[in-house]
Design a protein around this ligand. Structure first.
Ligand code: HEC
Length: 270
């Protein structure tokens, strides 16, 4: 019940970012390598702009609008087919889902519990989300993970990369603060801010807001004793395609051989 939204998130993200996966390091010719080294060489003269500064993403640099949609443009050098993949993924990312039964058959199936109707609701226009400004504001682009303190064996499994955390027995690993009609949500994310004075190294004192997190109206009974809450702000999506373009072999080459997960990936078991 709780892991599903994020799994869907990653599956869709793969569709959104697959577009940039065309070129790997092994595909570079010697001539390319020399060219790339010339472009990425650190400068020694900081009084003038570097030759390639106007195009920080090389040919991928987009020159489209710099308005509120600035983070939503694909790389400028996608092939026609890859642009199509991007547009399909972007369409899914922006789509508002509704619960069944409904008049639409293409966007239904939301719930019964959920965090938002669309990926966009949290990753706002492909940018990052934000914490609620006040107790009245909603916490839509922030999600709250919940877990129990691990016992010794569970802690070992976490350290070995075999499990992520110990789920709360009823609420799982993530609080879902919305539900379809007729069902209670798992609860309301509540954040109270406390003003804290912090002294900087230069003696200046600034005031920061310290958030205290709680779940109001828990829909399925009180959370288990000792349940720990942890808030996450939705990160920006820009550049995810570039991450996707890193060849898996390069990532595996850097993986810690002592981690069982890395070994499992290598053997193709996951
Ligand atoms: C309720 C808010 C919310 C919704 C809805 C949501 N996300 Fe996220 N997303 C997050 C948060 C928060 C994280 C960071 C998770 C963490 O650090 O544990 C995240 C992480 C990600 C990441 C990893 C980013 C990185 O830098 O590692 C991707 C990719 C992503 N989401 C894509 C999607 C897609 C695609 C959808 C729609 C199917 C979606 N998300 C829906 C909140 C949301």
């Amino acid at each position: 019940m709780t892991a599903k939204p994020l799994l869907t998130a990653f599956a869709l993200a793969a569709a959104v970012t697959a577009a940039a996966a065309a070129l790997t390091r092994d595909d570079l010719s010697d001539a390319d390598r020399v060219r790339v080294e010339a472009v990425t060489k650190p400068t020694t003269d900081f009084s003038i702009g570097e030759p390639f500064e106007a195009m920080p993403g090389g040919k991928a640099t987009t020159r489209k609008t710099r308005d509120a949609n600035a983070l939503s443009h694909p790389s400028a050098n996608l092939s026609f087919e890859d642009q199509q993949l991007f547009l399909v993924g972007n369409g899914l990312f922006r789509k508002e889902w509704v619960s069944s039964p409904s008049s639409t058959q293409a966007s239904d199936g939301l719930g019964p519990l959920f965090n938002a109707r669309a990926c966009q609701s949290c990753h706002i226009k492909d940018g990052r989300g934000h914490a609620p400004a006040s107790a009245e504001d909603d916490a839509i682009s922030l999600l709250v993970r919940v877990s129990l303190p691990p016992d010794e064996a569970e802690q070992k499994a976490i350290e070995a990369g075999l499990r992520v955390a110990v789920p709360e027995p009823v609420y799982g690993l993530q609080i879902q603060d919305f539900a379809v009609a007729g069902l209670p949500a798992e609860g309301k994310i509540e954040i109270a801010y406390e003003a804290v004075q912090v002294e900087l190294a230069g003696g200046e004192v600034v005031e920061l807001r310290k958030p205290a997190l709680s779940i109001g109206n828990p829909g399925f009974g009180a959370l288990a004793d000792g349940a720990m809450l942890s808030a996450r702000i939705a990160p920006a999506m820009s550049g995810m395609g570039l991450l996707e373009a890193i060849h898996p072999a390069d990532i595996l080459a850097l993986a810690d051989p002592a981690m069982p997960m890395a070994t499992a990936f290598r053997a193709g078991r996951t």
